[in-house]
Write a protein that binds this ligand. Structure first.
Ligand code: FES
Ligand SMILES: [Fe+2]
Length: 420
């Protein structure tokens, strides 16, 4: 515990002097030019999480992932040798999107022994080799071995599949993640195979939504509006203070305390929560997840609520005290739009009440997510007015400050490299 900086010893923010304490500009979230730079500097050079190994349950299982931010679509596939690989989803003959079903712009999942192009029937093995070209003899100076799928760097940590679109990634995935993240290894992510998935198109820059989920300063206000007035006032008066913020390289972590919902007075709980024994913090009756790895609950909070790991650039893992986890992905589609994906993962339910408790956690998450999402377009639209360009961030908003700092840093590094 003593190794962590504590507010009593100075503010969280002041422990990271490179961040400064000055008001920040949100120009990075409203500028089409900055977005173009960010695409190249960040999304085409960083490790990006595209899913979990459980989505590739058998040899031959695949899914596609469309990355508008990098102008491409990927195929992620478990080969017949069990290896997970990634390729650009483009046929080497005349550029057709190789894997899709009814709608070319929709992502698909499936299983195959080979990929066959719909256009002229070229075939590719799951390791990317071109193994058949229709009327091969009609081509000129042609060797199909030269026309394999274009590979993308792909690696797996704790069952999370990452890709890197850079020609030569500057760091291995493990180096990139660093100890703060890799000490979470050993958490039973692989056993939590019951998934609930939400996707939304949001009219705001991707960082604006990330900010909404990386500070809880808003929680006593924004999430109290549906509460009786005296209770809402009590929440607002109490405010929010996290027991731990930590920053390491481009990644961030916030750990929060939690009040066990079942100990709250009945008037603070919904009838559904009481009946289903579940709520925002998850099912009240938690599964046995065994001993937690060293990195989880790093502040030794008791009662602990959750750890939110913000993996640069656009991936978040939330590990909840009640033995489940959530991931968020923020996929930019333009400087002021993105696609948000929220996925909840639980241990498979053993009976109907466990299933209902998980469903209630999932819809409660959605309700809170909608409350959070509700401000985003309003914020984006007024930031774009540029009437104000300096915004003060408090100590509980340190992670927002860090995200924008890292974005600026990566863009600056990229520009320097380009100028060389
Ligand atoms: S474009 Fe794929 S076979 Fe022709
Ligand atoms: Fe929130």
């Amino acid at each position: 515990m003593a190794q962590w900086p504590k507010p009593a010893e100075g503010s969280w923010t002041q422990h990271y002097p490179e961040l400064g304490t000055a008001p920040i500009s949100y120009e990075d979230s409203i500028s089409p030019e900055f977005y173009e730079l960010e695409r190249k500097a960040v999304f085409e050079r960083s490790w990006l999480n595209v899913g979990r190994v459980e989505q590739l349950s058998r040899n031959g299982s695949y899914f596609t992932k469309d990355l508008a931010v990098a102008n491409t679509s990927l195929i992620i596939v478990r080969g017949l040798d069990g290896e997970v690989r990634a390729f650009h989803n483009i046929c080497r003959h005349r550029g057709n999107k190789l894997v899709w079903q009814d709608y070319p712009r929709e992502e698909v999942t499936g299983s195959a022994r080979q990929f066959v192009c719909k256009y002229h029937g070229w075939k590719y093995d799951l390791d990317g080799a071109c193994v058949f070209a229709q009327q091969e003899g009609e081509f000129f100076d042609f060797d199909k071995a030269d026309f394999g799928l274009v590979p993308v760097h792909c690696d797996v940590w704790a069952g999370f599949i990452f890709v890197n679109l850079d020609r030569e990634p500057r760091q291995s995935l493990h180096e990139f993640l660093g100890p703060m993240i890799t000490t979470m290894e050993g958490y039973p992510f692989d056993q939590m195979t019951q998934r609930f998935f939400y996707r939304a198109t949001v009219g705001a820059n991707w960082k604006i939504f990330m900010d909404a989920f990386q500070e809880f300063y808003h929680a006593p206000i924004l999430h109290s509006r549906h509460r009786p007035p005296d209770m809402a006032k009590a929440y607002a008066d109490a405010g929010f203070y996290a027991p731990l913020y930590k920053i390491e390289g481009p990644h961030r972590l916030v750990s929060t305390a939690g009040v066990p919902e079942w100990t709250l007075p009945a008037e603070m709980l919904s009838p559904v929560a009481m009946k289903a024994r579940s709520g925002l913090f998850g099912p009240w009756d938690a599964p046995d997840v065994g001993e937690l790895p060293a990195g989880v609950n790093p502040a030794n909070c008791d009662p602990w609520g959750l750890d939110s790991l913000q993996l640069w650039p656009n991936f978040v893992i939330l590990i909840w005290e009640r033995g489940w986890y959530i991931t968020y992905h923020y996929w930019p589609t333009s400087y002021n739009t993105h696609v948000f994906e929220g996925t909840l993962y639980f241990m498979p339910p053993k009976n109907a009440s466990e299933r209902i408790a998980q469903e209630v956690a999932a819809v409660t998450f959605k309700e809170y997510g909608l409350q959070d999402g509700n401000t985003l377009e309003a914020t984006q639209s007024m930031l774009e007015s540029r009437v104000v360009d300096r915004f003060p961030l408090n100590d509980q908003e340190i992670l927002c400050r860090h995200l924008h700092h890292v974005a600026a840093q990566w863009v600056e590094d990229y520009q320097k490299e380009q100028a060389r």
